[in-house]
Design a protein around this ligand. Structure first.
Ligand SMILES: [Zn+2]
Length: 102
């Protein structure tokens, strides 16, 4: 995987790839008597960082399968078919332009 989560002082600092940082995170500030808030905000930030990272992973694997789809595109039937309800021609993978829900 190219994207990497960078921690600094125990907090998510940013997400970078081979060329540099893609995302930078704001710092969670620790005040005295606000231990509860600090823990909650830090947990939120870690969760956000994890979510972004898994999104980037999915995006990368989506690109791979998209390029495989392009390679096999010639074999997919692109001929329009008539809509079951209104009979107007539509692409087999798309919904009818008239808004019929088939
Ligand atoms: Zn229709």
């Amino acid at each position: 995987m190219k994207e990497q989560l960078i921690y600094e002082h125990g907090q998510p600092y940013g997400i970078r790839d081979v060329n540099g940082f893609l995302f930078m995170f704001t710092k969670v500030t620790k005040f005295s008597n606000q231990e509860e808030r600090y823990r909650r905000e830090l947990a939120d930030k870690v969760q956000l960082a994890d979510d972004l990272l898994s999104f980037l992973k999915e995006r990368a694997s989506g690109k791979e399968s998209a390029s495989i789809a392009q390679q096999t595109e010639g074999k997919i039937n692109l001929d329009p078919i008539p809509c079951n309800k209104c009979g107007s021609l539509k692409h087999v993978d798309l919904s009818c332009l008239n808004g019929c829900d088939d």
